[in-house]
Design a protein around this ligand. Structure first.
Ligand code: GDP
Length: 511
């Protein structure tokens, strides 16, 4: 939470100009009326003026998921939600198509289904499984980046004639990072070149602890083309799901996640997977920055349904605006509460945007100042005849990063898979260091390392820390040529050890 100095002065009932002077006396230098102050700092300042600040978040206006149940074991079971991942051309779409044809809704409606982002399949045993109908890592990652961990199980498809490939490993990494259990489907076993044992061997090499070698990861051999083994795959999913014991309330305010949304001739439509409670036509829901009075609920065959219990994928009609994939859906008791929540969120988003802009500006300013200081130093060096003479900054690049009050500062750029991990990594980095050398995080964001990150790291002489994202090859090569160091980790304490080692390398005895 940030507050502008102007607004703060008003809140304290002090003339803005006077307030600026007083802030200067309190040690805040270079503050203007447009400057923003962090809520915590503002609370301290407010105390100086005899106020007892209470932190008011306004949270009560929002719609939040209810707390987890105290004893889930008494709740009804719900279908598992499954995502199919794997290397390109290994058969994800083929397997999904095969399954979609056996979808519950298709059986009831002459085999016709449409793509709505998910569908439900029911085995002869009568237990349904919900498949997310968007193969590939992008969908899974987008969801996770937005904090939506809706997948209970990942089916990792590996073609029997091609074995473990880069995207197989990547899918594994994502599933592990999300702590989602996997089932391996060795596909294309109908093909001549199928080498099932070789695939199992390669999986073991990739540290997948498969059953055949004493682990607990199930491996099923299938053909998406002939349908061979597909029943086994479904059985295996249900068995794992029983072990994981997925259960949810049927009643109470419903919750779910937006899988996709689009503008159709019938209006604004979004597919939702319900995770708790039951949705019915006429209910009010809010998702992200929009809300709906549910006009219609439709299944994957396009048929109207009267209720959507947990695990059900449904199309919801009646949105005011299109919600975004990955938004959480929460049922509201009435229209007013839905509207209030949405406007509260809009306000929050505005403030976040302002804060982000503020950070970018101050950071740009600082980098610019550093650049100038370096140029000045280089010029002075040249004047004294000790410079290399090949231009400003030359030769300075190898220097130690600048100092603050006699402490050497080492710059870091932090990237990570989700917002939460980036925050955790930044916090952990900021805790290490000594009076001789300290880390300073210049930039942090979610997502893989980009060319611009490398560029930034090269000019600010930063070390890039990457937590659980995959760095594209060209970016990695760019970092190599520019001499930018990348620390890759998926475990925070390893990462911190590495950061520490990096810091101590700056403590080499001076000549
Ligand atoms: P995706 O990129 O993982 O979605 O792979 P696709 O489902 O598009 O499959 C790639 C190719 O492999 C297509 O030509 C499919 O027809 C073929 N294919 C997929 N599964 C099987 C299978 O079980 N057996 C055989 N023989 N071919 C398959």
């Amino acid at each position: 939470e940030l507050i502008s100095i102007n607004a703060f002065a008003k809140a304290l009932k002090i003339k803005p100009d006077e307030f600026l002077v007083q802030l200067g006396q309190l040690g805040f230098e270079g503050v203007t009326l447009d400057s923003l102050m962090a809520g915590e700092t503002a609370a301290l300042v407010a105390q100086e003026y005899g106020y007892e600040p209470t932190v008011e978040s306004g949270d009560s206006q929002d719609l939040k998921p209810r707390p987890p149940p105290e004893d889930a074991s008494k709740l009804p079971s719900r279908p598992p939600i499954v995502t199919i991942m794997g290397h390109v051309d290994h058969g994800k779409t083929t397997i999904l198509d095969y399954l979609r044809k056996s979808s519950v809704a298709a059986q009831e409606h002459g085999g016709i289904t449409q793509h709505i982002g998910a569908f439900s399949v029911r085995l002869s045993s009568g237990k349904p499984i919900t498949f997310l109908d968007t193969p590939g890592h992008a969908a899974f990652l987008t969801m996770r980046q937005r904090g939506a961990n809706i997948t209970d199980i990942v089916v990792l498809v590996v073609a029997a004639d091609d074995s473990v490939k880069p995207q197989t490993l990547e899918a594994l990494k994502h599933a592990r990072a999300a702590k989602v259990p996997i089932i391996v489907a060795i596909n294309k076993i109908d093909k001549e070149g199928a080498r099932i044992d070789a695939v199992k061997h390669d999986l073991a090499q990739a540290e997948v602890e498969i059953e055949d070698f004493g682990g607990d990861v199930q491996v099923v051999c299938v053909s998406g083309k002939t349908g061979q083994g597909m029943d086994d795959l479904e059985e295996n999913i249900l068995t794992l799901s029983e072990i994981l014991d997925h259960r949810s309330e049927l009643d109470g305010p419903a919750e779910g996640w937006i899988l996709e949304s689009s503008l159709k001739p019938t209006g604004k439509v979004a597919t939702v997977v319900v995770t708790r409670g039951t949705l019915r036509p006429g209910d009010y829901v809010a998702a992200g920055l929009t809300w709906a009075k549910i006009r219609q609920l439709r299944n994957e065959a396009g048929a109207d349904i009267n209720e959507a219990p947990p695990g059900t994928p449904v199309e919801i009609l009646g949105w005011k605006d299109l919600p975004a994939a990955g938004d959480q859906v929460i049922q509201s008791p009435n229209e007013d509460r839905a509207k209030t929540a949405v406007s509260y969120r809009e306000g929050l988003r505005e403030r976040e945007k302002d804060a982000a802009e503020y950070e970018t500006i101050t950071e740009a300013r600082r980098v610019q100042q550093e650049q100038r200081a370096r140029e000045k130093a280089a010029n002075e060096g040249r004047k004294r005849g000790t410079g290399t003479g090949t231009g400003a900054g030359a030769g300075v690049e190898q220097d130690l990063p600048d100092e603050e009050d006699g402490t050497k500062m080492v710059n870091f750029v932090v990237k990570g898979d989700v917002h939460g991990s980036v925050e955790a990594v930044c916090a952990a980095i900021q805790e290490v260091g000594s009076h001789e050398v300290r880390p300073r995080v210049l930039r942090s964001a979610t997502g893989p390392i980009t060319e611009s990150d490398v560029e930034h790291a090269a000019t600010s002489r930063s070390v890039i820390v990457n937590f659980a994202t995959t760095t594209p090859g060209h970016v990695r090569r760019m970092a190599e040529t520019q001499g930018v160091r990348i620390l890759d980790h998926t475990i925070i304490y390893h990462l911190i050890d590495d950061v520490k080692a990096n810091l101590s390398s700056y403590l080499a005895p001076e000549v």
